[in-house]
Design a protein around this ligand. Structure first.
Ligand code: SAM
Length: 243
């Protein structure tokens, strides 16, 4: 139960990054992305109060992945496949989204939903601790996406950053944690989660190998791009002086 000092989306005193009317306006603009499977997944999330990213964040993830022509994505904390739906669309035929979640029921649900959406053949869904599943993979990823328990965020960042290709992205959801990152007083979902998110965000912004930005939509989505010496030098040579 929330108290008056708890910044959550249910609390009128909470620090909400984007005004709900603005989010609702933005949501109204994207109804063409409606798909019967998505609507079912969103209805289930509401009924079970399961924390999926929402439609706006889903579209944002798909766009990020398409912009870097991502073909290989790793998801830490896949739930029943809602965020994977967007990545699987983006990677296209021949692309792969490696999903990891601790709950077997989530895999069964994901299989049903993503099969109906025609996307299951792009998904490789593992049950277990996401960090362990990740350790068993090899090679670099175009995108590592983090949505596990928030106390584990710094650990996931540290292991994922090494395995993102130059020009690739690290993306994590909930990095504003319903405003707790700026609240003086709050009640947390679990001990230490806010502190872990604050540490995670600072580590990323301090990392000289990455450029980062937080999109405040919903609960805050951080996107950190691994610098690419070849491409980044090329664009700095072009320079503004030539305009
Ligand atoms: C916020 S939900 C993920 C929602 C999903 N990304 C989406 O938007 O559709 C977090 C999920 O990660 C799982 N989880 C949390 N920590 C985990 C970990 N360390 N390893 C594997 N699964 C984890 C939870 O059981 C839950 O299903």
């Amino acid at each position: 139960m929330t108290d008056r000092l708890t910044p959550t989306s249910d609390n009128p005193n909470s620090v909400i990054p984007v005004h709900p009317a603005i989010e609702s306006y933005m949501r109204g603009l994207v109804s063409k992305t409606d798909h019967p499977v998505l609507l079912e997944m969103e209805t289930l999330a509401e009924r079970k109060r399961f924390p999926i990213i929402n439609r706006l964040v889903g579209i944002f993830l798909e766009m990020q992945a398409k912009m870097i022509a991502a073909k290989r994505v790793f998801e830490f904390g896949s739930g029943y496949g809602y965020s994977a739906y967007w990545f699987a669309r983006a990677v296209g035929e021949g692309g792969e989204v490696i999903c990891a979640d601790g709950n077997i029921e989530n895999k069964d649900r994901a299989r049903n939903y993503l099969t109906s959406a025609g996307l299951w053949n792009r998904v490789d869904f593992h049950i277990g601790v996401a960090q362990d599943v990740f350790t068993q993979t090899t090679r670099h990823f175009d995108i590592c996406y983090n949505d596990v328990d928030k106390g584990e965020y710094p650990e996931v960042w540290k292991m994922a950053r090494e395995r993102i290709r130059p020009g690739g992205l690290y993306i994590a959801d909930n990095v504003l944690w319903h405003g707790r990152v700026v609240a003086e007083t709050y009640t947390d979902v679990a001990l230490g989660w806010t502190e872990a998110i604050v540490e995670h965000n600072q580590l990323i912004f301090d990392d000289p190998e990455f450029d980062a930005y937080i999109n405040p939509t919903r609960d805050g989505v951080i996107v950190a791009r691994r610098k690419d010496a070849l491409r980044d030098n090329l664009s700095s040579n072009i320079g503004f002086g030539t305009i």
